[in-house]
Each structure stands twice: as structure tokens, then as C-alpha cells.
Design a protein around this ligand. Sequence first.
Ligand code: F6P
Length: 243
Amino acid sequence: MEIIKVKDYEEMSEKAANIVIEHMKSLKRPVIGFATGSTPIGLYNCLVKKYQQKEVSFKHATTFNLDEYVGLPKENKNSYHYYMHENLFQHIDIQPENVHIPNGMAEDLEQECMTYDRLISKNKIDIQILGLGLNGHIGFNEPGTSFKSRTHIVKLDQSTRKANARFFQSIDEVPTKAITMGIETIMESKKILLLVSGKEKSDALARLLGNSDISEEFPASILRQHNDVTVIADEEALKKINE
Ligand SMILES: O=P(O)(O)OC[C@H]1O[C@](O)(CO)[C@@H](O)[C@@H]1O
């Protein structure tokens, strides 16, 4: 794992955007895996800015998102469809048919997971952006998820619902389930870019970068077995490492 230490959230976002763009430029038809949550918003802002400055085009890019809540329609402000549209897709030249996000409103959710996973297998992700959950989750793969998992439906941990309640009126409104790319699906990405910012993430990051076991109880630990992971972490997130 390569670790890039940066000062703060802004620098992390800028660095991440540069890496994504550089990687995209080396490929004719880049396939990018996107994440949601608070962490990548700065990255998306930078990508939009660089698109407006004509530094990058998304015309030939295909995208796959990691996850989506079950039961929230695309128009719901807390759905990840809405998030991606607001923060990135509406501002760039991506072709709508090349955008893929799991459909949490599908009648047959199992089928949706299978179809989504097959599509990813056919279009291997060149660079996957990841955030880090407080409990080590990646995507919505909570502790205990099999490292062999493919795209599947998950029951969200109470701690994850609590962490994400800040976006909703109350915790009761946070969906209890989500669709997420599985851990094995994520690990098949050719390159992974993990973004970690803020002191709340310092315990999780210390656990990831420390010598603890690679265990399904801490999903992100599997990243140590991937041969091309870059972690960009800011000073606050790295606090516990330097202690
Ligand atoms: O960036 P945040 O908001 O801290 O979230 C971390 C991770 O948690 C999730 O939002 C799921 O809870 C992931 O999509 C994200 O990568």
C-alpha cells in the first residue's frame, strides 16, 4: 500500500483528483468506481473544476458506484443517485448510459445485484475510489461480511445508520438496508484509491495501517492484499499512527 500524507481535506481532494485524471488520461475508455459519503465531495468538486478548465473529459468514461440505499427513489435527496447527480454528473460530459448505480428500488433486488455484478465483471474497474467507514466498512460491507462477497444486499449496522443520520431528519429515516458491491467485487478493481480525512477516522486508519490481522471483522483490512492501493490521508486522520 502506498500512503500519501497530506495536510488537510483540501489537499487530499486535490491530490485524489490529479491521480484520477492522470490515470484516466492513460486509458482510452476508463472505467471509474465512485464512492459516496462526505469524504469524496471535495474530490468531485475538483474534478468538476478541472473539467470546466478543460483538463479532463468524461466523454469516454464508464462509471460504477459502490452502493445505494434500498427503498429510496432516485429523486430522494439522500439517495446516492441524487448525490452523484448533484455533486458530479450534472456538471460534466459523462454520457448517461455509461453511468451505473445500483437500483435500490428494483422489484427483484437479488436480480439487481446479480445484473450489476455481471456488468462490473464485464467492464473491469480501472480505478476505484473508496472511503473508510468508522467500523472499517468499505462500500456498505459491514464487519463480518465475507471477503468472497459479490454485489449483495446488506443490513446496515446501527453504527453506520447513526453515522449517516446527519443527512436525514432523524435516524428512523435512515434506510435499514442497502445494495453494495461485494468485497471480492471491489478487490477486482485494478487500482484502488482510499481517501481518509479527519480525526474521527484516526482509529480506523491506525487499525488499517497497523499490524492487526486481515480479518472479516475489519473489512478494509483486505486492502492490504491488493497489489495497487494508494491511501491518501490527512494529518488528523494520521494522528493515531504518529502517536
Ligand atoms: O465519507 P464518509 O461519509 O465518512 O463515509 C465513509 C463510508 O461510509 C459510506 O458512506 C457508507 O456509510 C461509504 O459509502 C463511505 O465510503
